[in-house]
Design a protein around this ligand. Sequence first.
Ligand SMILES: *Cc1c(COP(=O)(O)O)cnc(C)c1O
Length: 413
Amino acid sequence: MQALIECEGHTAVAESIRVVLARLRQEIADSQFDEKSLDLALGGLSAAVERQLRQSLGYSLLPLVNATGVILHTNLGRAPLAAAALDRVRATAGAYSNLEFDLSTGERGKRDVHVDRLFQKLLASDRAGDRVEAGLGPASAERSSAISTIVVNNNAAAVLLALNSLAEGGEVIVSRGELVEIGGSFRIPDVMSKSNATLREVGTTNRTRVADYENAISERTRLLLRVHRSNFEITGFTEQPGLPELVELARRRSVPLMEDLGSGALFDLRSVGVNDEPGVLDSLRAGVDIVTYSGDKLLGGPQAGLISGRADLVARLRSNSLFRALRVDKLTYAALEATLLAYVKRDHDAVPVLRMMRLSKEQIERRATKIVAEVESAKLKHLKLEILEGESVIGGGAAPSAVLPTRLIAITH
Ligand SMILES: *Cc1c(COP(=O)(O)O)cnc(C)c1O
């Protein structure tokens, strides 16, 4: 053990020895002492201690290859970051920064400004070209100038903060068809009760009409909430009011309308053949007052919860003491700023998840052919590789039924 101790220190080596011996004793006590344990006891102890030591001093969180066909996989860490985002994290996280310091006035500043300015550009609904593309008329200056965005730890936190700030002590009206559960125990009714708002369910599982919302509005109503069905679909005999109808009702009865979009695309998915996934801009243009979405789903950035909408409502969220508890650090701002800049510059291929969604079947096939050739040149006789037609999905709570054409490599071992 002496060499190991010189290298890694007495404490770490002693701890590994204890772990290995305890395991061996346990095997004996459980009568699982087999030939392998005997080898270990007779001669393999130092090697086992070294293995244990390497493992305990090594990394547990490791990069891996995602061969699932799901672009945004929560279990595999959702969106890989853009190269520029990694550069910005490295540049700002290892040094001091102007995170909360206003360089123009020389006074204390707010951390929100670094990304709010970019969201302003991306979400301003008066970009003439986009409005023509989307077949919309000119935007009202009043709405487009008054959109602001804040950032919290994740979208679950965004929903909690919004409900608590806008509806504490009052009622929030939600369709029974939208009382969703997202992975990791995010459930709308539970978040609602944690926010101290009362859930007022309307409609039925499969059919909810705008009149159901209207009939439920009372002096206790604080908010109408629409939740995106991120990970399931209801098909058959169904009905759900369109956003314009809900917006009209919200305006007429002076109740704010909030939408939990989940995936939150800032990129028009229609360009990759996905037609039924609403974007953040679509919702804001339709007149939704507050939109919540994740930073690491379709946006392709770091884990974050984004809240965009009417500046006066966002200001109420910002002044809630919960906002301080849910705020994000400089690493997140650095990565988010770089990701948003790629959108502002319309450099969509710089964002890995967008690049992957935009790859054509032919581009993927070329990559598959190259991999197959490389494996075959290694002459691994027990492996047989074959390229097949296939489909992948976006994942991450986006377009649960949309598929992207791809090529698969089937490996027979
Ligand atoms: C993913 C999702 C959430 C949770 O977002 P996190 O960023 O994972 O906290 C909440 N609501 C909807 C509709 C979602 O799709």
